[in-house]
Write a new protein. Structure first.
Length: 203
């Protein structure tokens, strides 16, 4: 089933939920958003994510939430109580899951795994936090959520878009910086032209 949901100012895009082992439609499962729609801080920059599951799902021990390709990761991500954190450049693929944006083996993935007692939806959970050297949040990558259907106990895997640090956005120079570089280049050209003129006059 395809669904679209908005969290604050951020549109997460299409989320595909797969009910593994059972034909037919499934609930949307996990939804993930970047709180406030942008990172905070002055460097490293803090990316604070929130997640939710619908009333038809349960988060069971071993269920997980994964954010792929988190560029510029600094330190160890943190999570709410009951969640374990692992970081790896590549992760085992979940059955039936194809990532829309792929998985760059040079950029770490962050996996949050539930270790507590079964948590029944509907539930909203925030405090999935990671820091980056990059300030831009224009990058879009996949999140993968795995939880359990409350009825039947089937595994529900959700795939969708989420914002992550963007090297391109962070590297883009500000207009003022571009102007200063332009002025500096003109100054060097003028200096070279003046020396050349002086050398011609004395020849």
């Amino acid at each position: 089933m395809r669904t679209r949901q908005r969290f604050g100012p951020v549109v997460l895009g299409v989320v595909v939920a797969l009910l593994l082992g059972e034909a037919g439609q499934a609930d949307a499962g996990f939804m993930v958003s970047l709180d406030a729609g942008s990172p905070t801080g002055t460097g490293p920059f803090t990316f604070d994510y929130a997640a939710s599951i619908p009333g038809a799902d349960v988060i069971s021990p071993g269920d997980l939430l994964r954010i792929s390709d988190f560029a510029g990761l600094v330190g160890t991500p943190t999570a709410p109580p009951g969640w374990a954190v692992t970081v790896a450049d590549t992760d085992p693929a979940l059955p039936g899951v194809t990532l829309t944006h792929g998985d760059d083996p040079a950029i770490p993935n962050i996996t949050f795994t539930w270790t507590g007692s079964p948590l029944h939806g509907p539930a909203s959970i925030d405090g999935f936090v990671a820091s980056s050297t990059l300030s831009g949040a224009a990058g879009i990558t996949d999140f993968v959520g795995k939880d359990t259907a409350a009825i039947g106990g089937k595994v529900v895997v959700s795939i969708g878009d989420v914002q992550v640090p963007s090297p391109a956005a962070s590297a883009a120079p500000e207009p003022a910086s571009v102007m200063l570089l332009g002025i500096g280049a003109l100054g060097l050209l003028g200096y070279g032209w003046r020396r050349r003129k002086q050398a011609t006059a004395t020849a």
